[in-house]
Design a protein around this ligand. Structure first.
Ligand SMILES: [Zn+2]
Ligand SMILES: [Zn+2]
Length: 100
């Protein structure tokens, strides 16, 4: 009778850590999502930008090309179309920002 006969080689080269996306929420984001910026996130806003970019862009609608101020509690301006786009594409926009 043989025991411990299954000796599979352990493959531990890959450690998939980076980030996990769950229902549009990006976990593990620790730095500013703006372009190449690697500054730490500002805590107060709970946003995706460092304090500098939060001040510069965080108050504006996140829909590309729109410069209206965003509606409090959302990342899009009061334009109904943008609100809709934001709620639908929130994670896409975030990832787009990350990928830039
Ligand atoms: Zn930044
Ligand atoms: Zn807008």
């Amino acid at each position: 009778m043989q025991e411990d006969s299954d000796n599979e080689p352990m493959n531990v080269d890959h450690t998939p850590v980076n980030m996990v996306v769950v229902d549009g929420i990006v976990m593990g984001l620790t730095h500013c999502a703006y372009g190449d910026c690697t500054s730490a996130l500002g805590n107060a806003q709970g946003g995706v930008f460092c304090p500098v970019h939060e001040a510069e862009h965080g108050t504006k609608c996140h829909i590309k090309g729109c410069t209206n101020p965003k509606k409090v509690g959302t990342l899009a301006c009061t334009n109904p179309g943008h609100q809709e786009q934001w709620s639908k594409n929130a994670f896409v926009i975030l990832l787009w920002n990350l990928a830039k």
